[in-house]
Write a protein that binds this ligand. Sequence first.
Ligand code: ARG
Length: 455
Amino acid sequence: MALWGGRFQGEPSALFKLFNDSLPVDYRLFEQDVTGSIAWADAIASVGIISANECLELKNALGQLLVEVGNNPELIIVSGAEDIHSFVESALIAKVGDLGKKLHTGRSRNDQVATDLKLWCQSEGAMLVLKLQTLNQALLALAQREVDAVMPGYTHLQRAQPITFGHWCLAYVEMFERDISRLQDALTRANTCPLGAGALAGTAYNIDRHALAAALNFARPTLNSLDSVSDRDHVVEIASAGSISMMHLSRMAEDLIFFNSGEANFISLSDQVTSGSSLMPQKKNPDALELIRGKTGRVYGSLVGILTTMKALPLAYNKDMQEDKEGLFDLVDSWAICLDMAALVLSGLKVNRASALKAAQQGYANATELADYLVAKGMPFREAHHVVGEVVVYAIGEQQAIEQLSVQQLQAFAAVIDADVYQHLTIEACLAKRDVLGGTAIKQVQFALAQKYKP
Ligand code: ARG
């Protein structure tokens, strides 16, 4: 039975019911709806709408329902209720009869759904923070192990200067730390309780909204009833934090897909996170990483979806807002599984040190070093840059690395070059020189690790 039958003489069409019902999506708010209902029972008991005994009976029935649905989650969906709020109320009435009909006094589904969803955001948000932290632990452990594994660093996907694998890992640690802070920030702002706002104008009963907020573990009540029922900033902010985090995950996935390619061969992925080809027996595809990269698209879709749904909506509640949940749920599920998967990929990843080192030695990644050497000998940097460019062209023609050219060959480009040049052209020297805060020198990476890593 619908919650709003009295005003109507005809039945809704089957198509309308299918279109309007949100139970197939919002069943996920069941626990939050029961928690909110228990707190609301206490609130209306405190102003004498129900007696202490009635309140106890309602709360017991709600507790029973929690257990029953826990044992048999199907109960929700087979009920055919309009939404999760209708389901809980009908189930309550089935248990305690007319008393169940008193619970909705002074409450609207508008403040109810806003409260349920914020409770859901708080608990799922806490879960996501943990997953981000676990991912960072995996990155830190890998950085610790590979602190001195040399590989080429890139700009424009051209080999630029040597870096260490540990340094690469810590770049992503920075990104995921910002993701944690963004998410926590969103959760702090969302830590306000809309219950008691009624349909839009505030409940007509003199309940203590501070006590109600505290009972539901919110930091405080919301302060304007119109805003309380129509605010979905928390959905937008979580979708935004999730989109930014997925952008980071997709970049990490892309780096690793490239590192794992036959062309680069800097890393090997574990059999646990790769799959074969049905046709080509030699293949081992980085599916886990490709799916992380791919799922980023649907997460962005959820962000754009909720922003567009909310655009220009008049105050206060509008049914459009029922569309907030499907995208958010999908986004949170996708983000969460990508975080888990990324941690699993990292935990089984092997660095192929020899080929990564070889790639760092090729591609003239020490050209900057030669330029710096010329600067140290008194040549202005711009001129040194030009000279080294010519050296590189010559070396390419000779199919030699810079350090394979003789002093005589090098002196043809700049007379100041001496035999002492070679010590500056080693990979070790390239790395060691980047000994500035945040640099790739092994010392600096170890310092950064010491700041963060607590094994
Ligand atoms: N199922 C609705 C939603 O998710 C609950 C609120 C309905 N409120 C209303 N006035 N029809 O938004």
